[in-house]
Design a protein around this ligand. Sequence first.
Ligand code: GLP
Length: 261
Amino acid sequence: MEVLIYPTYEQMSVAAAAEMAAIVRAKPDAVLGLATGSTPLGLYTELIRLHKEGGLSFSKVTTFNLDEYVGLEGNHEQSYRRFMNDSLFSQIDVPPGNTHVPDGLAKDIPAHCREYEQQIVDAGGIDVQILGIGGDGHIAFNEPSSSLASRTRLKTLARQTIEDNARFFDRLEDVPVYAITMGVGTILEARKLILLANKKSKAAAVAAAIEGPVTSMVTASALQLHPHGTAFLDDEAAGDLKMREYYDWIQARKPDAPKSS
Ligand code: GLP
């Protein structure tokens, strides 16, 4: 896995956005896998800026989000559909019909999950998938012990995730216990994976994911199985990495690296 460390969250976000923008410029009808949470907000802000000031168009792009709470309506303040509409979709030119977020109110959840997987296949597969990381090392809502071969499905949330996300709800009891999430196996099929992490609170999970064993106890460690995974980290999130010195050293020398065509 490529590990890129930036002094600040802003620099990390701008660098990840530049990579996304390059993918969209090279392939205007790219399929983007998107994530929620506070971590990708800086990336989305930069993509919006590139759209408004840099002429970057998303008019042919298709998007698939990783997950959604079960039981929340799409316009609920804490639903991931609402988050995406507010934080990105309403501020760029992606046609609303091209954006996909699992439906937390689906009546037949297994059927909805199968359909979601099929929609990804029908769109040609995901070109680049953005990922945050939970404090317990999860990606999307693939909590510890989730199968590394898992597909889009109904998933119970771990206690730590519910407690971490309670800050967005009025009461702890209001945090949904279930979510629909792409599986680890689904995520690994994307052509490129971009993991974003900032803050000290993520340092242990980031180190376990990048340098620890591949284990379902840290589902982000599945990135080690992907041929094109890049971690964009800020200084604090990189704090527990044993090979930190190497990542910094090689990153500083990358401009001299031979370029592939
Ligand atoms: C939730 C989401 C994840 C996200 C994680 C971390 O659990 N399902 O996709 O990565 O929160 O969120 P934050 O970026 O706010 O720390």
